[in-house]
Design a binder for this molecule. Structure first.
Ligand code: NDP
Length: 329
């Protein structure tokens, strides 16, 4: 049998476990050009919150009763595509389920170790950090790069890439443990706890030369504090707005408005990692090299069991994860 997590209800505000259902179905058979994959790890990502809603976005919503969309890495068990053989490790948009049939053309073979890296540092979140920082943020040596949700999957990589680029890396994260880890394990120059009293003053102290690049993962009040410290010509790579994803009131994404763009002659630019698809091999090659050199590290928060995928997902909005959130199935 195949166990699947489906969307049971559209959440209002923070998602609840009751918005999901665990169902069983037959293991599907691959047709011509298709591959049957047994998932080993499922990805848990903030963008899935958007797919649970019917609001207009860059991708279609998951329908009620459908398997939750997600990336997964696993092993080919049956192949009707000559490019794949049983035993191959592949990554793709396979959903929160134990077995998935996918067209071979949508799968990526993954030969590096560990296989979980396909879902983070050598996959979507690593590529997001790479293109968002280098192509959108365009950091120069000696500049200050600030990243929010810095202890998460994208953020941890952004800060380390900023160091590789010769910048001062400043992370913003929730809680003293996450902040200490950013400095001690991931080499950030400074880390600021946005949940602590005196956040703005601490941010100012952490950025004595102002902020040249802001990699924004959260939006809201945290981002308003950062943009107040921009230097003239500052760049904001708008990657995510997680503080807004559960907000049904539609609070402004940038409290105080966008006047700062004029004051600092700054540029804010949104991007989607999928727009860089043709350049994924470049990102994978360079990130692999930095990993092998020891210049880049990563962290995983692994939840056991497909039945706990909803809990792991809800945890993203409460800061329960460090580094990449994954589910082992
Ligand atoms: P993370 O691993 O960073 O997990 C989310 C983290 O966000 C939590 O651990 C929590 O950390 C923080 N957070 C949650 N709620 C709030 C809040 N209200 N205010 C401030 N911080 C909060 O997830 P990812 O690395 O996968 O994603 C990070 C961001 O990047 C998301 O916004 C996501 O949507 C975006 N993204 C965008 C892509 C693109 O192509 N544009 C691609 C991939 C991701 P803490 O304990 O510090 O609060």
């Amino acid at each position: 049998m195949n166990r699947q997590v489906t969307l049971a209800a559209r959440p209002e505000g923070e998602p609840a476990e009751s918005d999901f259902a665990l169902v069983e179905s037959e293991v599907p058979e691959p047709g011509a050009g298709e591959v049957l994959v047994r998932a080993h790890y499922l990805s848990v990502d903030p963008y899935q919150r958007g797919r649970m809603s019917e609001a207009r976005s860059y991708a279609a919503p998951v329908q009620l009763g459908e398997v939750m969309t997600a990336q997964a890495v696993g092993e080919v068990v049956q192949s009707a595509d000559p490019r794949f053989s049983p035993g191959d490790t592949v990554v793709g948009q396979l959903g929160w389920q134990e077995y998935a049939v996918a067209r071979g053309s949508t799968l990526r073979k993954f030969d590096s170790q560990p296989e979980t890296a396909a879902l983070h540092v050598l996959g979507t979140t690593g590529f997001t950090a790479y293109f968002g920082l280098f192509d959108v943020g365009k950091p120069l040596p000696g500049e200050t790069v600030v990243v929010s949700a810095a202890a998460g999957a994208v953020g941890q990589i952004v800060g380390q890439l900023a160091k590789i680029a010769g910048c001062r890396a400043v992370g913003i994260a929730g809680g003293p443990e996450k902040c200490a880890e950013l400095k001690e394990r991931f080499g950030f120059d400074a880390a600021v706890d946005y949940k602590a009293d005196g956040f703005s003053a601490a941010l100012k102290e952490a950025c004595p030369d102002g902020v040249d690049v802001y990699f924004d993962n959260v939006g809201g009040g945290v981002s308003a504090a950062v943009v107040g410290r921009l230097n003239v010509g500052g760049r904001i790579a708008v990657c995510g707005q997680i503080s807004m994803y559960n907000d049904p009131t539609g609070a402004p994404p940038m409290p105080g408005g966008f006047g700062f763009l004029i004051v600092f002659r700054a540029r804010a630019e949104g991007f989607l990692v999928t727009d860089y698809l043709p350049r994924f091999p470049e990102a994978e090659r360079r990130l692999s090299r930095w990993l092998a050199d020891g210049a880049l590290r990563y962290e995983e928060t692994i939840t056991e069991g497909i039945e706990n995928a909803p809990k792991a997902f809800i945890g993203l909005f409460r800061g329960a994860n460090r580094g990449k959130a994954l589910v082992r199935v």
